[in-house]
Design a protein around this ligand. Structure first.
Ligand code: NAP
Length: 278
């Protein structure tokens, strides 16, 4: 508030990221605001409609993070199906004896990865999953010209895959898209992996389904109220959990920062910005 009091009248651009977005109240305090340059491809922490109303542009950092987020997604698929973190904990706990080995797990090869949100990141995940011998299916609101099985809704997709991988945007439109109905369709042999936003899954329902083994497991990079992770997840052995590290490498975060800065520089130079959302 003190900063705003001193500088609000002269601020022409904002630099935001997932945890610090921009709401209508902040925009109202900045009468000269012309650009919100966001660090990240998902801009659900920005009130885009409010920005549009005030003629402020919004930019994000698409594509430069696709590979790293797809790597993270595949590691969640591997870790939840093959239980590598759990098997390592088992070894470290001194449970490995000559006769009894670690319990057998589930193969990726031949299984179907159902991608909910086959966009820029989803398509890169599909390529990687195929290299692991998986089949690909997907659901978007609009069918694409791709050689993958299309399902008209999330329930039909969940019914026809072993791993439901969420890669949609967050925000109001996808809130709780993966609910009890979808998890019932996935069933006790199905896994859910979320690299999108915590809001896309009904989190309390997911915890209940994991507890009651109504689905086989979940791999999660994102949560509803980050950085607060519901403590129930810590006790669930069929959950693999990451602290939102999808794009978290030196190379990718540098590329994202470069793109965020480039949009700011172009705007201040009076030139068209590079990756405009609205
Ligand atoms: P994108 O290219 O816009 O792809 C999103 C896809 O979701 C589109 O194919 C879209 O297709 C589909 N979609 C949107 N709304 C939908 C709905 N209601 N139901 C079904 N499908 C829907 O975005 P992207 O660059 O791949 O990024 C996707 C998201 O990943 C981001 O918005 C962000 O939240 C998340 N992300 C997470 C991390 C991380 O660190 N974990 C990093 C980067 C991004 P239709 O429009 O045809 O429906």
């Amino acid at each position: 508030d003190a900063f705003l009091k001193r500088h609000a009248a002269t601020v022409r651009a904002l630099a935001t990221y997932t945890a610090w977005g921009a709401d209508a109240k902040l925009m109202d305090a900045l009468p000269k605001l012309g650009l919100i340059s966001h660090f990240g491809v998902g801009y659900d922490s920005i009130d885009v409609a409010a920005a549009k109303q005030r003629n402020a542009m919004v930019t994000n950092t698409p594509d430069v993070l696709n590979d790293c987020v797809a790597d993270t997604a595949m590691s969640l698929v591997l870790n939840v199906m093959r239980q590598f973190p759990r098997s390592e904990n088992w070894l470290r706990a001194g449970k490995w004896h000559a006769v009894i080995g670690y319990p057998l797990t589930v193969s990726l090869g031949g299984k179907t990865l159902g991608i909910l949100g086959l966009g820029r990141i989803g398509e890169v995940i599909a390529k990687r999953a195929q290299a692991f011998g998986m089949k690909i299916a997907y659901h978007n609101r609009n069918q694409k010209d791709v050689p993958y099985a299309y399902y008209a809704d999330a329930v039909a997709l969940a019914k026809n895959c072993t791993v439901l991988l969420i890669a949609t945007p967050g925000g109001a439109e996808t809130m709780n898209l993966v609910n009890a109905k979808v998890l019932d369709a996935l069933g006790p042999r199905g896994f859910v992996v979320n690299i999108a936003r915590g809001s896309v899954i009904d989190e309390p329902v997911l915890i209940k389904y994991l507890r009651e083994n109504r689905i086989a497991g979940a791999g999660l990079d994102v949560f509803v109220k980050e950085p607060q992770v519901p403590p129930e997840f810590f006790a669930l052995e069929n959950a693999v959990i990451y602290p939102h590290v999808g794009s978290g490498t030196v190379e990718t975060r540098t590329a994202m920062g470069d793109l965020q800065l480039e949009n700011l520089r172009l705007y201040f130079a009076g030139k068209p910005v590079k990756t405009r959302v609205v």
